[in-house]
Design a binder for this molecule. Structure first.
Ligand code: NAD
Ligand code: DAU
Length: 358
């Protein structure tokens, strides 16, 4: 029985991963402790139907920076695997207010690494070959690409451009150093842009869907020709599962979707899908509005995923067309989830703060 501590499991990718792991392990094989501070981005709405599975799933409301709490959880549940998602994750917020990113992403990761080192290496609580710390990170640590540059590989030098990316790069370096210095069994994954069910609608795709459904402007930063490498969230979950079960400690794996259209194309595709599923008098594309660009905006990301394909046999299952359709359909089928977020005062404050004067 694996005993897994998932951090940030009330957020977008974390909540999808909790579900993935419970389903993947069938009726047995895993016990999950989900530690989440329930910031604006975390919601128990994302985990609503899981509380009945008390044998295999426990939610703990708390902060990864709380050393005593993390230590107690490792002991109490005899944790052998940590999958670390918890973070401040939105680039625009990191530009307007970087400090929470240093706290959660750098200090939080350090606190978890120290607790794992103490429990697994100093106290030798469990056989070392049975434990694993997996650190979930981002392609943004590599910086930005010119149009003809090759895709990021695991050996591309780090060049983070936003406070968010710099805080994630710091946490990657800490994780790497704990493997190199102490031989803590750590894997790291750097993934491209995720989308899919339960993504907080401050991020491009859910924001565009919700604004379009309410007839609001669809804000496209700058010229809309920036490029991201889009991956459907369950593909990311499957990749992480492969890494924690079959990946090699000390290794980093790049994960990406092989889907790299410009932002404007993404927005137009969502508009066309909504024209079919929720037709209005005017086409949704008429709502598109070009607005002031993000400061320091990375122009292009692309991931070379040959290592994880070759070594772990992973590759994305969803095409962008199927993934976007599934995402729009999920939002249309879950008005309670949408209403719960739109009711949040914090969400409204953010929308005013980020878009009012753009
Ligand atoms: P998210 O913002 O949706 O969720 C983050 C979760 O972490 C929330 O539930 C929040 O409450 C929790 N959290 C934040 N600070 C915490 C703290 N101090 N203690 C405990 N919990 C805390 O983020 P996401 O999009 O699901 O991203 C998850 C992870 O994956 C992050 O580490 C992010 O850097 C990484 N990542 C995200 C993407 C993406 O496209 N979303 C891509 C690559 C990597
Ligand atoms: O690349 C992985 C990263 O992807 C993750 O590490 C981050 O946690 C995640 O937030 C995401 O970062 P991005 O900044 O790429 O995602 P976002 O959805 O904020 O923006 C995607 C692109 O769309 C980006 O080029 C900015 C643009 N954009 C975004 C918003 C919110 C717009 O044009 N308009 C918008 O209103």
């Amino acid at each position: 029985m694996k005993k897994v501590l998932i951090t940030g499991g009330a957020g977008f990718i974390g909540s999808n991963f909790v579900r993935y792991l419970l389903e993947e392990s069938g009726g047995s094989g895993v016990q999950i402790v989900n530690l989440d501070a329930l910031t604006y981005a975390g919601s128990l709405e994302n985990l609503k139907d899981l509380s009945a599975d008390a044998e295999r799933y426990t939610f703990v409301h708390g902060d990864i920076c709380n050393r005593d709490l993390v230590r107690d959880l490792l002991h109490q549940h005899q944790i052998d695997t940590i999958v670390h998602f918890a973070a401040e994750s939105h680039v625009d917020r990191s530009i307007l207010s970087p400090e929470p990113f240093i706290q959660a992403n750098v200090i939080g990761t350090f606190t978890l690494l120290e607790a794992a080192r103490q429990y697994w290496l100093v106290e030798k609580a469990l056989p070392i070959e049975e434990v694993r710390f997996h650190h979930v990170s981002t392609d943004e640590v590599y910086g930005t690409l010119n149009p003809d540059d090759p895709a990021f590989s695991e050996t591309t030098p780090y060049a983070p451009n936003s406070p968010y990316a710099a805080s994630k790069a710091s946490s990657d370096h800490l994780a790497r150093s704990y493997n190199h210095t102490y031989q803590l069994p750590i894997t790291i994954s750097n993934c491209s842009n995720n989308y899919g069910p339960r993504q907080f609608p401050e991020k491009l795709i859910p924001l565009i869907i919700l604004n379009a459904l309410s007839g609001k402007p669809l804000p496209v930063y700058g010229d809309g020709q920036q490029i991201r490498d889009w991956l459907y969230v369950t593909d990311h979950c499957e990749a992480i599962h492969k890494i924690i079960t079959r990946g090699t400690p000390g290794e980093t794996y790049n994960i990406g979707g092989n889907n790299q259209p410009a932002n404007l194309t993404i927005v137009e595709t969502v508009c066309d899908l909504l024209d079919k599923l929720q037709p209005q008098v005017e086409p949704h594309r008429n709502l598109i509005k070009f607005v002031t660009d993000r400061p320091g905006h990375d122009r292009r990301y692309a991931m070379n995923i040959s290592k994880i394909q070759r070594e772990l046999g992973w590759q994305p299952r969803y095409s962008l067309t199927d993934g976007l359709l599934a995402t729009v359909e999920w939002i249309l089928a879950n008005p309670d989830w949408v209403a719960a977020i739109q009711k949040q005062r914090e969400y409204k404050t953010w929308m005013d703060k980020n878009y009012e004067k753009r």
